[in-house]
Design a protein around this ligand. Structure first.
Ligand SMILES: [Zn+2]
Length: 434
C-alpha cells in the first residue's frame, strides 16, 4: 500500500493531478487498514490519471481495483445541494431494492445521514487524536445545535468543554440558562473553553452588549455558578451522549431516538418535519422531559421551590408550562381564536405531546403544518420568557406574550420558515382591532 501512496505523491509532485482547493487538505491519500481514501478533483484528466496509477499498481502487486464498483462521494467545503447527493442516494437505493420498496426496517437515508453527521460532532469533541479529527470539517448550524442538546459534559480540566454552549453545569448550557447575558457576549467569547474562560474571570471581559437589568441579573447568577467550578487538571473533560445507556454515541441510538417515530419517542417524526429555526431544537429536550424546569431542578436537589413562575400554582413541568398552565392556555386561546380554532385550546391536565399529535390530525394539511410550527414557536416564546423572568421573578402578561409571539412569527416567515404565513395575517388583523 505504501507503494501506491508513493505513486500518488509522485503524480502530485509532477502536477499530473490538479491541486485540491484550500490548504486544509494535507494528504491526498489516506490509508486505514485495507481501505484507501483518495481525494481527487472531479475532472476527466485527473480520474484518468488515477485509473492509470491503479492499473500500474495492480500490475505490480496483483491488487486489482474494480473501477465499475466505483461509488464516488462528492465532497465540498460548502453545503452540498440536494441534486449533488441525489445520484448517490439513487445508486445506493438501486443496489438495495428493499430501501426503495419501503416496508419494515427501512432506513430513511436523509434521517440516517443526519444521525451520521452528528457522529462528526461527537468525534470532533471526543476523539482529538483520531486521524479523522484532522480532516477539514465545518458543522452545519442545525446539526451543531442538535449535538449540543445531545451531549452533557462531566468537567475535568475544562479544556474541551465550551463555557457557553456545552451542557456542563447542572442548569444546562449557560446560553439557555442566561440568554440575555449570552447574547451580550462577543463571538470570540462564545467559543471559549471553560478553563480558558474562568481563568482570571476572562469570560466577563467578553461582554460587549449593553448592561441591561436582565443582563446584570444573569451576570450575578452566572458569576455564582462559575465561582464554584472546580477543575481537575489531571482529568480530561468527559462527554456523555444522552440517548444511550453507556453514554457513547451510536448512530442507531440517534436514529431510533429521533427518527424512528412514535414507537420510541412520541412526536419525534412530526418534530423532525416541522419548520422552525435551529434554536428551537430545544424542543427535543421537551419531548424527552430533559428540560431543566423548576420541577426537575427540585427533583435533583438544585432548588426547593418548584412552583411555575407563570401562574405560581402548579409544579413547573414541561407539560404544565407549555399547555396546562393558565397563562399558556390563555395564550393558546389568543392565538387560535383569530384562526377560528378555539376547539384546539388545551385542557388543564393535558400532556404536550399527546395533545399536539391529537389536535394536528383534526386539521387540513396547510393548517396542520402551521400548527406544528406554532406549537414549537409558542413553547419557545414561553420558555424564553420564563427563563428571562426567573431572574426578575415577575410573570409576563398574556398580551405581552401574544405581541412577542406574533412579531417572532413574522420573523420566522421572513427567514423562510413559511408555514406560519397562512395565520400571520389573521393575527395582524386581530392586533389592529385590539
Ligand atoms: Zn403555571
Amino acid at each position: 500500500m505504501e507503494a501506491l501512496n508513493s505513486l500518488i505523491r509522485e503524480a502530485d509532485r509532477r502536477s499530473a493531478l490538479s491541486p485540491l482547493p484550500g490548504h486544509a487538505i494535507a494528504h491526498r491519500a489516506s490509508l486505514y487498514a485495507d481501505d484507501l481514501v483518495l481525494l481527487v478533483a472531479p475532472n476527466a484528466n485527473d480520474l484518468q490519471c488515477v485509473i492509470q496509477i491503479l492499473q500500474l499498481f495492480a500490475g505490480a502487486s496483483g491488487l486489482v481495483t474494480n473501477v465499475d464498483k466505483y461509488l464516488g462521494v462528492p465532497l465540498s467545503l460548502s453545503r452540498l445541494k440536494r441534486a449533488d447527493e441525489q445520484s448517490l442516494v439513487d445508486l445506493v437505493a438501486s443496489k438495495i431494492p428493499t430501501w426503495k420498496a419501503g416496508g419494515l426496517g427501512v432506513l430513511d437515508l436523509r434521517f440516517f445521514g443526519f444521525a451520521l453527521r452528528l457522529r462528526w460532532e461527537w468525534l470532533g469533541r471526543t476523539a482529538h487524536d483520531s486521524c479523522w479529527a484532522r480532516l477539514p470539517f465545518r458543522s452545519e448550524k442545525s446539526v451543531a445545535v442538535m449535538a449540543a442538546v445531545s451531549m452533557t459534559v462531566n468537567i475535568g480540566d475544562g479544556a474541551s468543554a465550551r463555557l457557553w454552549t456545552d451542557s456542563w453545569a447542572s442548569v444546562g448550557a449557560l446560553c439557555h440558562y442566561a440568554p440575555n447575558l449570552s447574547a451580550a457576549i462577543s463571538r470570540a467569547g462564545k467559543k471559549r473553553s471553560l478553563k480558558d474562560g474562568i481563568f482570571q474571570n476572562r469570560w466577563a471581559r467578553n461582554i460587549v452588549g449593553a448592561p441591561t437589568t436582565q443582563v446584570l441579573c444573569q451576570y450575578l447568577r452566572v458569576w455564582g455558578i462559575l465561582r464554584d467550578v472546580i477543575l481537575d487538571p489531571l482529568q480530561e473533560d468527559r462527554f456523555i451522549w444522552r440517548w444511550t445507556a453507556d453514554g457513547r454515541y451510536s448512530a442507531s441510538s440517534v436514529y431510533q431516538a429521533f427518527f424512528a417515530g412514535s414507537s420510541s419517542l412520541l412526536g419525534a417524526n412530526e418534530l423532525w418535519k416541522t419548520e422552525a429555526p435551529p434554536s428551537v431544537k430545544f424542543f427535543w429536550l421537551v419531548l424527552h422531559h430533559r428540560l431543566w424546569t423548576a420541577e426537575r431542578r427540585r427533583r435533583h436537589g438544585l432548588q426547593d421551590d418548584d412552583a411555575c413562575i407563570l401562574c405560581g400554582q402548579e409544579p413547573e413541568t414541561g407539560d404544565h408550562m407549555f399547555v396546562g398552565c393558565v397563562l399558556a392556555r390563555q395564550l393558546w386561546f389568543s392565538l387560535l381564536a383569530p384562526v377560528g380554532l378555539t376547539a384546539l385550546v388545551p385542557a388543564t391536565t393535558e400532556e404536550l405531546a399527546s395533545w399536539w399529535l391529537r389536535q394536528r390530525l383534526r386539521l387540513e394539511v396547510a393548517l396542520r403544518l402551521a400548527f406544528d410550527s406554532l406549537v414549537l414557536l409558542t413553547s419557545w416564546i414561553l420558555w424564553r420568557e420564563r427563563s428571562n423572568r426567573t431572574f426578575s421573578r415577575t410573570a409576563p402578561g398574556v398580551q405581552e406574550l401574544y405581541l412577542k409571539l406574533v412579531r417572532e412569527a413574522d420573523d420566522w416567515v421572513q427567514a423562510g420558515f413559511k408555514t406560519l404565513s397562512v395565520v400571520c395575517p389573521l393575527w395582524s388583523q386581530n392586533l389592529a382591532a385590539m
